[in-house]
Design a protein around this ligand. Structure first.
Ligand SMILES: Cc1ncc(COP(=O)(O)O)c(C=O)c1O
Length: 390
């Protein structure tokens, strides 16, 4: 193949993706993460951020980042195992352990890397890992990278999970705590029992549960009044409800020590900037103490769901800030999202392969930073722009 045909091949594939309404494009934002923004030069009211508590642009978090940069500089300069692990990182890990009620935590640069790291450190070739079909892409990628055999059960289907366990004796069961595109919760009371009885690890990706669910935002396990045992491992991201960037894994002492020895996405990468750890220490305190943010969020979710039900919008069964409206085809999702944008409201269309074919959707997310009037405007605009059925 010559240079020209390599490029031609890519063009053909990109054109096919565009023709199938699956082409992805970025918008250029000109304001911080907050509901009232500016996208591609136009003022917009957005309902697609994961900044559920409105902390990403909080003055105390910004001030902590500034003080952190003055104290520590910008870059950490090296990986955690070389000399990039500062007292700021260490303090945040200890505070996250206290918050999650787990013996220890370990910071990762992103949630994607945390999931790759945990799965590849704990299981390998010749072993089996079982996952919910709607788990986040990073969990599925972690399983591929581990070379273990991946088996998947239908979303939330405990009978299918039990069949897989009886047949394949998995070493690890993996689930989202709150499913990122659907907003519903994993059946954690059943999963914790099943994992224990099967002698398997249970890995919970609680990217969308921490900060939002449970007492003081302690996440999905706490929501169900469950506490982690030694073989339960929880992953949380810092770029969503905590409003900063990065991720952590919480678990038993031996689990965290194993990750330090073996998780390649921990070992072979630069530690996050220490100033970010300082900013997160402040946002963690706010997330825990500001119950009013969770109350405001719950009230807005209830208002949205009540209005959407009255308007007969295609709501999903979710009580979290993730409120998808199922549109069916990718083309319909795109048409609806574009019409909303023309009316000054930003809601992204989520299409395959992020979600299964035929289940494209508008992924609406609510934040404590929204107002009741903004939710009402969203509802009115959704109804005014709803495209005809496929
Ligand atoms: C369920 C879930 N897990 C993991 C991630 C990855 O986290 P991060 O953005 O920190 O890489 C995301 C989203 O980004 C997510 O929604």
């Amino acid at each position: 193949m010559n240079d020209q045909s390599l490029i031609t091949n890519l063009r053909v594939q990109l054109d096919a993706q565009q023709a199938a309404h699956l082409y992805r494009q970025r918008r250029i934002q000109n304001a911080p993460a907050q509901p009232r923004g500016n996208s591609d030069g136009q003022p917009v009211l957005s309902f697609c951020s994961n900044d559920y508590l409105g902390l990403a642009n909080h003055p105390a978090v910004i001030a902590a980042l500034q003080r952190g940069a003055e104290r520590w500089g910008v870059g950490s300069g090296a990986a955690h195992l070389v000399n990039g692990h500062t007292a700021a990182h260490h303090a945040l890990e200890e505070e996250l352990a206290e918050f999650t009620g787990q013996p220890r935590t370990l910071l990762f640069s992103t949630g994607y890397m945390a999931n790759l790291g945990v799965i590849t450190a704990l299981i390998g070739r010749g072993e089996t890992i079982v996952q919910d079909r709607l788990n986040h892409a990073s969990l599925l990628d972690g399983a591929q990278l581990s070379r273990a055999t991946l088996r998947r059960y239908a979303h939330g289907n405990i009978n299918e999970l039990n069949d897989l366990i009886a047949k394949h004796h998995p070493h690890c069961i993996v689930t989202d705590g709150v499913f990122s595109m659907d907003g519903d919760l994993a059946p954690l009371p059943a999963l914790t029992q099943i994992a224990r009885a099967a002698g398997a690890w249970l890995l919970i990706d609680d990217a969308h549960g921490f900060g939002v669910l449970g007492r003081g935002g302690r996440g999905s396990l706490n929501h169900f009044e469950l506490s982690a045992n030694e073989t339960t491992i929880v992953m949380g991201t810092l770029g969503k409800a905590f409003g900063t960037f990065g991720a952590f894994v919480a678990g038993a002492e031996a689990v965290i020590e194993t990750l330090i020895q073996r998780a390649r996405s921990y070992i072979f990468t630069t530690a996050m900037p220490p100033a970010l750890a300082e900013a997160t220490r402040v946002s963690l305190l706010l997330a825990e103490s500001d119950d009013w943010r969770r109350e405001q969020l719950r009230a807005l979710i209830a208002r949205f769901r009540h209005g959407a039900t009255q308007l007969d919008l295609p709501l999903a069964d979710s009580f979290t800030p993730i409120q998808p409206l199922l549109t069916g085809s990718a083309a319909r999702a795109l048409t609806w999202s574009a019409a909303l944008e023309t009316a000054g409201i930003l809601v992204t269309a989520i299409r395959p392969p992020t979600v299964p074919v035929g289940t494209a959707r508008l992924r609406i997310t609510l934040s404590a930073a929204h107002t009741e009037a903004e939710v009402d405007r969203l509802l009115a605009t959704l109804i005014a722009t709803q495209p005809a059925p496929d």
